[in-house]
Design a protein around this ligand. Structure first.
Ligand code: ZN
Length: 98
């Protein structure tokens, strides 16, 4: 007997960067994807087993409480598995113009 709603769960890390104080941090979300009978999909983001606000909807900086927080794209999957040390902290600097 098949169920009408499919549920997939995986873990996905998100890295955030605060434009205000330059703080950077990572959060591991548990993502639940539900697929309904009509093919519609929706995602629920959880932490510690509880649904939380989706990371794309904005977060608050842990360090300064600012709201100018962006998601930093992370590459976790490599098809050919070329391990690249991604200590890219040198790339993240405050723009010193203006
Ligand atoms: Zn901040």
């Amino acid at each position: 007997m098949t169920t009408s709603v499919r549920n997939e769960v995986w873990q996905e890390p998100f890295t955030f960067h605060c434009d205000r104080c330059d703080h950077m941090w990572s959060v591991l979300y548990e993502v639940h994807r539900y697929t309904g009978i009509a093919g519609q999909e929706w995602l629920v983001y959880c932490r510690d087993g509880r649904p939380v606000r989706a990371p794309h909807l904005g977060s608050r900086c842990f360090a300064c409480g600012g709201l100018r927080v962006k998601i930093v794209p992370t590459r976790i999957e490599g098809p050919s598995g070329a391990p690249r040390p991604s200590s890219a902290s040198a790339n993240i600097r405050k723009p010193s113009d203006q």
